[in-house]
Design a protein around this ligand. Structure first.
Ligand code: SAH
Length: 507
């Protein structure tokens, strides 16, 4: 029996991978997700396709809903045996008004659970190279709201006690009040030379950290806007040695991945590991061919071929999917030899527990022919090439010229993806995009079509374009995009390396 349930979930401080496993499970099973401004929206991609999203963010003074209205919404949405996941930045119970929301649920007899999250005061200093406690510096750590109205007659913060009684102090929501906060601490006996760090958008690629002392930080942090956390204490000094995140090579860079959603994650993960902020902007979608009969016919007589040549992982997956759909399996491939254009395609084949017999050192069609020639006579051999509808004609033509019997057929088609809800042009104009990557000619063509040719002028000069290989580069250059980063090895790791080298050389 299904019944109402509300999960108050801490989404963590910004880096989407810092949510808990339990928190992620609550996103996956939600019927309705109600989320805040500080929640990284990438987390929402883990939700079911039919989920209802409700944004109730409060950004500075601009509130979409008051807290009172949010409370009512929670109660209303939980009716009808729904699972409601209420996603909040950091931890729900740390200055997140999660306590109030839980009490409202209790009063309305709605079952609830509260899933902790990593709070900003712990995660953001860490990502800025600051451990909040360290035996040599402090044994106490305090979390304080910096939001208090300084004109209030009576402060609920005992400044005299916290100023000297607690080692590390973390002030949430304290940017506007920074002069008041530092003033109170000095007035109540904290050394004016105590180190202070202010960290904005911590744990994300937009993270910005400034460091000073109680007497200098107001001036140093004058351009820092919320959301930011202020860390006061001797531990701030450790940043010189422990700054592991901001020193990553791609830290501060925003990179756009244009390949299909199915293929993006591998690439995006590698860029993320090097500290980049990745925007997935799929330009292609993979679909079944309009006519599957040629593929079906080939599969029915698969034993008559000598070679099965794959030039993409999509080709591999679509071929095997159809093989299984026709009630067959890998045993029907016995005796066939397999060729893969590159390592990713080879990995794709290995997933089906099949060894590859031929893989060229350079991952282009020209190189496939050369390598095949080394391992087999081409003349008289029959080759099956399950490929994309828009694949180049070079490979089948060349094999035919050499006397091979070639069946080149469409195993999948690529269609242009619907434009995503990201205004790349606007972002590029604001200097928020550094590199746009292309991993095939069709990503270039579709990208230009989605963005619109007239908008390219706004991108050119503001962003760098990166290409996986010579064919893609040629297409891009012909269409007016200057490729300034080109992979030496025509693979995703090769492209990641080229980006790393380029960024490092500019530093
Ligand atoms: N429940 C949240 C805090 C909500 S109050 C938590 O546990 O982290 C909002 C304040 O948290 C912001 O004004 C800022 O001071 C701090 N904050 C949250 N996320 C932050 C981030 N990524 N970087 C810096 N400060 C952050």
């Amino acid at each position: 029996m299904k019944r109402s349930m509300v999960y108050l979930v801490g989404a963590g401080p910004g880096d989407p991978k810092l949510i808990t496993i339990k928190g992620m499970e609550c996103i996956k099973k939600a019927d309705i997700i109600i989320y805040d401004y500080l929640v990284n929206v990438e987390l929402l991609r883990g939700a079911r396709p039919d989920v209802e999203f409700i944004y109730v963010g409060k950004q500075g003074g601009a509130h979409t809903l008051s807290q009172e209205e949010i409370n009512k919404l929670l109660v209303k949405k939980a009716q009808g045996d729904k699972i409601v996941t209420r996603l909040k930045g950091g931890d729900p119970y740390v200055f997140g008004r999660g306590g109030e929301e839980a009490l409202v649920l209790f009063e309305n007899h709605i079952p609830f659970e509260v899933i902790p999250g990593i709070t900003a005061a712990i995660a953001t200093p860490n990502y800025a190279g600051i451990p909040v406690t360290h035996r040599d510096f402090t044994s106490t750590f305090g979390l304080i709201t910096g939001h208090e109205d300084p004109t209030k007659d009576e402060s609920s913060i005992d400044w005299a006690k916290i100023s000297t009684g607690v080692g590390t102090l973390a002030f949430y929501m304290g940017i506007k009040n920074l002069p008041y906060i530092t003033g109170q601490l000095i007035k109540h006996g904290r050394d004016k030379d105590t180190p202070v760090a202010v960290i904005r958008w911590g744990t994300t690629s937009r993270q910005k950290t400034v460091v000073g002392t109680l007497s200098t930080i107001v001036q140093i942090a004058k351009d820092i806007k919320p959301p930011a956390i202020t860390i006061v204490g001797e531990v701030v000094k450790l940043r010189d040695q422990l700054n592991w995140f901001e020193t990553k090579p791609l830290f501060g860079k925003t990179i756009v991945v244009t390949r299909s959603r199915e293929q993006a994650s591998d690439f995006a993960d590698k860029l993320y590991e090097h500290g980049a902020h990745v925007i997935e902007f799929p330009t292609i979608e993979i679909a079944k061919p309009d006519d599957v009969k040629p593929l079906d016919d080939a599969i029915k007589v698969i034993h008559t071929f000598n070679w099965l040549v794959f030039t993409s992982t999509n080709g591999v997956d679509c071929f095997f999917q159809r093989l299984f759909e026709l009630g067959r399996d890998v045993r029907d491939l016995k005796g066939l030899k397999l060729c893969a254009i590159g390592p990713a395609t080879e990995e794709g084949i290995k997933k089906y527990y099949i060894k590859v017999d031929c893989r060229p050192p350079k991952f282009v069609a020209e190189s496939v022919v050369e390598e095949l020639k080394k391992v087999t006579p081409i003349k008289g051999e029959s080759f099956l090439l399950p490929r994309a509808d828009i694949a180049r004609s070079f490979l089948p033509e060349e094999l035919q010229k050499l006397g091979g019997k070639v069946t080149d057929l469409v195993a999948y088609k690529t269609i242009m993806a619907k434009p995503k809800d990201v205004d790349l042009v606007e972002k590029a104009k604001n200097g928020e995009i550094n590199i746009i990557t292309f991993t095939s000619s069709s990503t270039v063509r579709n990208f230009i079509q989605i963005v619109g040719e007239k908008n390219l002028a706004a991108l050119n000069g503001r962003v760098q374009y990166a290409s996986i290989g010579p064919i893609t580069t040629q297409t891009a250059e012909e269409m007016g995009l200057h490729i300034s980063i080109a992979a030496d090895e025509y693979t995703i790791p090769g492209l990641v390396n080229a980006i790393l080298e380029n960024v490092v050389s500019q530093k």
